[in-house]
Every structure is written in C-alpha cells, then in structure tokens.
Design a protein around this ligand. Structure first.
Ligand code: BJW
Ligand code: ZN
Length: 222
C-alpha cells in the first residue's frame, strides 16, 4: 500500500491549504511566493510568509487523519507514505519513514555554501536568516521550477507502481510531478482511493472517491 498526502490532510489541524478558501497570505498566492524568482527579488517578503507559516504550524497539532496513517503503517507490511506537505505533522503524529517530495519547512539551506540544517524556532529571531558562512539561508523546501530531492520521485514511483492500494488524501492533484503518481499507480494495477472534500482532476479515474474531511473519513476507513 502507498499513500499520497497533500495540504488537505492538515486543514483540520488549522494549517491553511494552498488553493481555495484561506489559500492567500496578504493578497499573495502560493504561486507568487514559492518560487526561486520571488526569493531573489525579495527574500525578506518570502521569509515573512515562511515565518508566519512556521508560527502557525508550530501551534498546530496532528489530527485524526495523521494518526490513522500511523495505524496503517503499523498494520501493513508494505507501506510507503509519500507527502507533498512540508509541515512535519506526519512526523509529529508518529509516522516513521516518509518521502517528503517538497522538502521540510523546519530545515534551512544556505544559498552560498549549500549547507543544510534543522531549525525549529518559530518565529525566527531575525529574518532573513543567515548561514554560519554568512550566506543567505532559504527554507529547505522545493519551489516551482526546482527539481525534487535527488532520487525521491523514482522511489515514490516505485512504491506507487507496486501498490495494491493507493490512497490519495487531501491534494488538489494539480502540482507535478507529484500528481502524476495517481495515474502511475492506476496503470500499475492499484485500486486508487481518493479522500477529499472536493473533486480533483482524477476523481473520474479513481476506483473510489470518498467526499468529506480526511479527519473523519480516514479513521473510519482504517
Ligand atoms: C481536504 C480537506 C480536508 C481541503 N480533508 N481534503 C504544466 C504542466 C505540468 C507541470 C508544470 C506545468 N507548468 C509548470 C509545471 C511544473 C510545476 C507545476 O506542477 N506547476 C503546476 C501548478 C502547473 N512543478 C514544479 O515546478 C515542480 N518541479 C519540477 O517540475 O521540476 C522540474 C525540474 C527538473 C529538473 C531540473 C529543474 C526542474 C516543483 C513543485 C514544487 C511545489 N512546491 C509547493 C511549495 C512547497 C513549499 C511550501 O510549502 O512553501 O508545494 S507549491 C504547493 O502546492 C506545495 C504543495 O505541496 C503543492 C500541492 O498542493 P496540495 O497539497 O495539492 O494543496 P492544495 O491547497 O492545492 O489542495 C488541498 C486539497 O485538499 C484540495 O483538493 C481540497 O479540496 C482538499 N481539502 N480540506 C480532505 N479536511
Ligand atoms: Zn553557508
């Protein structure tokens, strides 16, 4: 079994999703801020957004859906969690290994020397933060136009392709290459189950579309 999660699984923890209601920050869309170009143009603005999100996430707690996935992991011999989320709520719920396709908001990376390190302070004492070498630090996440962490998509494809059941939870499934895992799993013979409050571009291709909040539906399914 393999699972792909998106921002919707953290919505009931109070973490805003990217698209739809509440997906805006000071009139900016995620697409305007989650890019290397936005960071080069105005690192302080981009860091203000991340600082705001880090504070919000640090106060949030994993919900019943994150916890249900921990139970699945315990029960299933073959299990891979693939997440697009950077919030760390799967880790805090107790999930073990996972593929974090879009990185981790609790890590920093130096734009000069490439060093990367964990930093859980929220709010950060000074923005933009800097590396020990003096270089400007950036969030350890994947922005639009950037490659996913080395080899991770291959590993995710392997898990999706081998899965008998592929659960797709709380993702609009519009950001690639992550979204491509849904048809990939289907072509590999998986039964695909989608849990979402709304339709997605894949709703009419999945084997089962469950409509409603993940925090209610997933514990029942598990
Ligand atoms: C609930 C719920 C509840 C709510 N219960 N459900 C044209 C075609 C194909 C691809 C492209 C294209 N043009 C450009 C691209 C590439 C681009 C892309 O996909 N763009 C599309 C938007 C068009 N992709 C990239 O650039 C990727 N990189 C890449 O392609 O590299 C190529 C390359 C190779 C080699 C060298 C160089 C380059 C990178 C993508 C990175 C995405 N990054 C972000 C930000 C991460 C950091 C951060 O968080 O700040 O990732 S963007 C943002 O979207 C974030 C998310 O992980 C991602 C997906 O969002 P998600 O999870 O689906 O959230 P929402 O908000 O969209 O949806 C929430 C869903 O939950 C909704 O469906 C709700 O209904 C539901 N819901 N409450 C259940 N309680
Ligand atoms: Zn450095």
């Amino acid at each position: 079994m393999a699972v792909l999660t998106g921002a919707g699984i953290s919505a009931e923890s109070g973490v805003p999703t990217f698209r739809g209601d509440g997906g805006l920050w000071k009139d900016y869309k995620a697409e305007d801020l989650a890019t290397p170009e936005a960071f080069v143009k105005d690192p302080r603005l981009v860091w203000e957004w991340y600082n705001w999100r880090r504070e919000l996430i640090s106060k949030a707690l994993p919900n019943a859906a994150h916890k249900a996935l921990v139970q699945l992991e315990i029960r299933k011999r073959e299990y891979t969690l693939i997440t697009q989320n950077v919030d760390g709520l799967h880790d805090r719920a107790g999930s073990g290994r996972m593929l974090k396709l879009h990185g981790d908001i609790w890590r920093m990376r130096c734009t000069v020397c490439g060093a990367n390190w964990p930093d859980r302070r929220a709010p950060l004492p000074k923005i933009p933060p800097h590396c020990a070498c003096g270089g400007l630090a950036r969030p350890g996440v994947v922005w639009f136009g950037e490659p996913l962490p080395d080899g991770m998509m291959k590993e995710a494809e392997h898990a999706a392709g081998a899965a008998e059941v592929f659960l797709v939870i709380g993702t609009a499934a519009v950001v690639y290459p992550a979204a491509s895992l849904v048809p990939y799993a289907k072509q590999g013979g998986a039964k695909v189950i989608e849990i979402n409050t709304d339709d997605t571009p894949f709703t009419n291709q999945v084997d089962c579309a469950l409509r409603g909040p993940a925090g209610e539906l997933l514990p029942r399914l598990v």
